[in-house]
Design a protein around this ligand. Sequence first.
Ligand SMILES: NC(=O)N[C@H]1NC(=O)NC1=O
Ligand SMILES: [Zn+2]
Length: 443
Amino acid sequence: MTNYDLIIKNGQIVTADAVVQGDVAIKDGKIKEVSVGKPIEGSAAKEINAEGHHILPGLIDTHVHFNEPGRTEWEGLETGSRSLAAGGATTFFDMPLNSTPPTINKENLEIKSSLAAEKSIVNPRFWGGLVPENIDDLRGLHENGVIGFKAFMSPSGIDDFNNVDDESIYKGMKEIASLGSLLAVHAESTVMCDQLAKEKISQGKVSARDFVESRPIISEVEAVRRILSYAEVTGCKLHVVHASSRRVVQLINEAKESGLDVTVETCPHYLSLTVKDLEEKGVLAKCAPPLRDEDEVENLWAAVANGEIDVIGSDHSPAPASMKEGKGNIFEGWGGISGAQSNLNILLTEGHFKRKIPLEKIVELTSTNPAKVFRLENKGTIAPDYDADLTIVNLNESFELKAEDLFYRHKHSPYVGMTFQGKVKTTIVGGKVVFENGEIMGK
Ligand SMILES: NC(=O)N[C@H]1NC(=O)NC1=O
Ligand SMILES: [Zn+2]
């Protein structure tokens, strides 16, 4: 009889391919056995009865800004990673900006990764930054394990992280291609966004609708067309983050069909919130690209259902409440949504229950595909020899999200007050329970 560290009994095991009833046995941080239809034989130091619950591969959040070091008063690796665990995520990719120093050379990467080793209760990985000044630092970042590189095609909102111009895009993508890595881009047109914002503000037009009109879909489309051209000419693998519209998704899918190595991410907020929420909640729901109208939410769900979206990440970009208040002038205040804890809740409630998106698809977009696209070995599914990164969810339980339920440093989110169907009960990282019944169990 085998001795395991943990056996999860009698759950509905969800992978990108199927939902089956069975047991999962874990030893030394790895899944050792998955048994369908009959119980696993063996003993374990700990057993979890998952009857009536679903067992999912832990979410891999490809897009968070935890802001540490340097802006830890906005979030931080401890609070950020706790909020992920509470939301069923077991791995994150931290963006290179909003932390100071930004992750634009290997020395800064080392500072951030040692902080994460000390403070994070889930698995940390890091994006390196591509800025006009750091082409010579890309190799060092790559050799020290960044997941890929991230660039802004429009101002980032952060002084020490400059957006790229076409020349640095070209040079950066050439270098990244030669390293065999990939570039993720925030694709909005600098000229369009700047000019439109100036016109609006000079006319005193500063409402939610004005802000949204100052960052129109065509500004995303323009930037995506341009970056796709550079991907073609340099041969660099490309990942377009936070697509807010069907047009962008279509452009990328056409490029894929033509043979380009490109993938696309969207975020839970583009799948659940609209301009109306920005009008009602003000800066709390401000982000870039901005929230769109209802029809675009449906367009994006259709794209999810059709397999045109590769990855869903939160773009959790938190800030203190004082920077997220007000409804008067939406141009003022921080652009970024606090959402990392609610990824799975939104996808289950708005996707699975409301729009009949299969659980398999949700697992594919939040775990299996992130592991594939970003080449994480041994993650993204539930099978022998894979890392024991799992989350156990009760789909029969609904709850209203309260501010005090949030593990963020600043307990605000546009999702507070929403009722979700499906509650995360237990999150397991490398075989260890880090979150159980509302409590953090890790360090
Ligand atoms: N700097 C930063 O976090 N920017 C993010 N916020 C947001 O709403 N979109 C972004 O790219
Ligand atoms: Zn962005």
